[in-house]
Design a protein around this ligand. Structure first.
Ligand SMILES: [Zn+2]
Length: 70
């Protein structure tokens, strides 16, 4: 994944073991990525208020507001 150079800190536990949450229909490739802990599949139901990151350490989802443009 070259899209995400720096993963943000988890606001709950300050871990930088955050992984991007990917929305949409999961392909088998994405499922494999999830299995190795590279990303988290958020499913195909997008509410418009979805978190962008998942903390691998504590499982907290975060980043839904702060990472909007502007
Ligand atoms: Zn955390």
């Amino acid at each position: 994944m070259t899209l995400f150079k720096v993963n943000p800190k988890c606001p709950e536990c300050n871990s930088t073991n955050s992984i991007p949450i990917i929305y949409g229909l999961p392909s088998s490739e994405l499922a494999t990525e999830q299995n190795v802990g590279k990303l988290w599949l958020g499913g195909c139901c997008i509410t418009g208020n979805d978190p962008k990151w998942r903390c691998s350490k504590c499982g907290h989802h975060f980043g839904k507001e702060k990472w909007k443009h502007g």
